[in-house]
Design a protein around this ligand. Structure first.
Ligand code: SIN
Ligand code: CO
Length: 390
């Protein structure tokens, strides 16, 4: 069904052990019968939508080389573009175009929480974003036309980019390998590998980007979460204040007391830490929040409607993950919120998080458990699921 064709002799397990986050892999004809999930015109249409992050990179016809224009754009801006040497890039296309979201099914050997988005680019002849490297792994999937990719084999650790540009362009680039890629070919790149893909003709490329949170951002979120667990009525108190020779001195005992409190806070259980992580990593990007339906349904009506329509579609922006750390319960994370069910309901949770669409006939016996039905109803009312005909 959705099988990625690795080059002969490489299994998924070998790919993960030998290439993932380690070395580039060119995968010719990785997706059989691959075509673009949307047309160049539809991509331009998305770039006019204010919810969606988009850029146009003009290599030589802007106010300066490598000028970046930021969306949303209008039709006239597209009409004014030169014949060559530019590229349009649109982020998060998988959140808006079902056929793009469908491409993610080829990458299910990577945990869902590691997937960030599909960025789609369109470029006429000679269009590119210049030589650069990315901080995250990426599968570059050619979906239309041809693009010549060149890469350096070794990752670069330095952050040297040409100054004064809105784009990160490497000042030097000495390719070790190159490929001419056509529809269905994939180039996998780990973080830090310098690369440059130049369109040979009208071409479209899907970048399946991997989510790699910055440690800094993650720690900020974790500390914020810890801070929220402290009640506003809790204050520092001295345990055994002693007279001191100079009142300006901060004695080690004061620090010890503070460290003790930090230690107590941080020594949360693995379950609490997972609850934090699940909420954190399932959160959507700002601006891409899912909208709840206008008409919320009570449990009985929801069940009736589900039986009537038989299929629940999943919102493309819904991020549902789960973890079963403790053997008596299972945590479900949905766009930043956490829920709990008994561990015995794992089959239901797997279907809920993984199946798109969700068929009534497949899960109806699970829905006899009130907790399962209530959770699904709640997720429906939050906008994670919808009936096709409403
Ligand atoms: C592109 O699609 O033109 C750029 C993708 C990349 O280099 O990361
Ligand atoms: Co790149």
């Amino acid at each position: 069904m959705h099988t990625l064709n690795f080059p002969s002799g490489i299994s998924t397990t070998q790919f993960l052990a030998q290439y993932w986050q380690r070395q580039p892999l060119y995968m010719p004809a990785a997706i059989s019968g691959c075509s673009s999930p949307l047309s160049a015109n539809e991509l331009a249409g998305l770039a006019c939508d204010e919810r969606i992050e988009s850029r146009i990179v003009l290599q030589q016809d802007g106010q300066a080389p490598w000028q970046v224009l930021f969306g949303p754009f209008d039709e006239q801006q597209f009409a004014d573009l030169p014949a060559s040497h530019w590229s349009l890039l649109v982020q998060d296309v998988d959140k808006f175009v079902p056929a793009a979201a469908d491409l993610l099914n080829y990458f299910r050997f990577i945990p869902d929480w590691r997937i960030d988005d599909i960025m789609v680019s369109y470029a006429p002849r000679q269009g590119s974003v210049g030589p650069h490297m990315d901080e995250y792994d990426v599968f570059l999937l050619q979906v239309q036309g041809q693009r010549r990719w060149r890469i350096e084999n070794q990752p670069r650790s330095t952050d040297e980019y040409i100054e004064g540009l809105d784009l990160r362009i490497l000042p030097s680039f000495n390719a070790d390998q190159e490929w001419l890629m056509s529809a269905g070919d994939i180039l996998y790149l780990p973080p830090g590998i310098p690369h440059w893909g130049i369109a040979e003709n009208d071409c479209m490329t899907c970048s399946i980007g991997i989510r790699a949170p910055q440690w800094r951002e993650m720690f900020e979120h974790y500390c914020q979460d810890l801070a929220e667990q402290c009640r506003h009525t809790e204050y520092y108190r001295d345990t055994a204040l002693q007279p001191q020779t100079c009142s300006a001195e901060i004695l080690p005992q004061a620090l010890q007391q503070i460290e003790q409190k930090i230690g107590q806070m941080a020594a949360s259980s693995a379950l609490q830490r997972m609850q934090w992580f699940g909420r954190y990593i399932s959160s959507e990007k700002p601006g891409l929040e899912i909208t709840p339906p206008q008409h919320k349904l009570d449990v009985a009506t929801f069940r009736q409607d589900f039986e009537k329509y038989s299929i629940l579609q999943r919102h493309l922006g819904s991020r549902i993950f789960f973890s079963s750390l403790e053997n008596h319960q299972i945590s479900i994370f949905a766009n930043g919120q956490a829920f709990t069910l008994a561990a015995s309901e794992r089959g239901f949770v797997e279907a809920l998080s993984h199946q798109r669409p969700l068929h009534f006939g497949f899960i109806d016996t699970w829905l006899e458990n009130d907790a399962n039905l209530e959770l699904l109803n709640h997720l429906f009312n939050l906008g994670h699921f919808y009936f096709e005909s409403t």
